[in-house]
Design a protein. Structure first.
Length: 175
């Protein structure tokens, strides 16, 4: 008699385990079903055209389509949170830049993900305490950057280490 009860109890236990397993599978299956809708909206949070741009193509497009009217410093010295899509539309609407949709998407992708160089960070951080960067863009190609930087330090009191001065001069001369 005691043996039958034990067998019955075991059978009950096994049944209970089976039910528990089924419910937990049911639960995790339910979770998997619910997960995708939460993740899907993320890509559309990207501002802009919605087209996915290609970074490498964007770099080429910037060199080809963005430097006809002003040089790279106008672009690369912009603050980090710049609305690049807005800037690109502004170049088209206000200034007459001609860009295909693909170029716009590529340029936006490239500029949004580009990390500023050390010299660009220095200029953004150290040259804008007294004036904005317009004076830098307004200089002609033949400007003597060593002399300009020396003047900033000696006459105006800009605080730069010799290394920082050299890095900034090298960067500005290259552009
Ligand atoms: C047809 C001429 C032209 C082309 C091409 C052009 N720009 Fe401009 N851009 C201008 C003018 C004009 C200004 C305003 C004057 C200035 O600040 O030098 C300007 C200003 C800017 C500024 C500063 C905006 C601000 O609000 O301070 C940025 C950034 C910029 N351009 C980026 C770009 C990028 C990126 C491209 C390529 C997609 C581009 N430009 C192509 C003419 C052009
Ligand atoms: C301590 C203040 C100060 C700092 C920092 C400073 N400048 Fe200047 N800068 C001036 C003054 C003052 C002028 C002359 C008046 C003006 O044009 O606003 C000037 C003018 C300029 C000009 C116009 C050309 C000229 O020779 O007058 C350029 C270009 C320039 N600065 C670049 C820079 C760069 C690049 C940096 C960063 C390395 C820098 N400045 C940092 C104060 C400063």
């Amino acid at each position: 008699m005691g043996r039958t009860i034990r067998i019955l109890a075991l059978a009950l236990l096994a049944g209970l385990v089976a039910v528990l397993m089924l419910t937990s599978i049911g639960c995790s299956a339910g979770k998997e079903d619910a997960a995708p809708p939460v993740e899907t909206p993320a890509p559309s949070e990207e501002p802009g055209s919605g087209d996915s741009g290609d970074n490498a193509a964007g770099e080429d497009a910037v060199a080809g389509a963005c430097t006809g009217c002003h040089d790279m410093t106008r672009i690369y010295l912009q603050p980090e949170m710049t609305d690049w899509y807005g800037i690109i539309i502004q170049m088209e609407d206000a200034h007459g830049a001609e860009l295909t949709d693909q170029e716009k998407a590529d340029i936006e992708a490239f500029l949004a993900s580009r990390q500023p160089t050390v010299a660009e960070q220095l200029i953004r951080g150290k040259c804008t305490t007294c004036h904005d960067t317009d004076g830098i863009y307004d200089q002609g190609d033949d400007v003597d950057w060593d002399a300009v930087l020396q003047e900033m330090v000696e006459t105006h009191g800009a605080v730069l280490t010799p290394q920082e001065q050299a890095d900034i001069a090298a960067y500005l001369k290259r552009l």
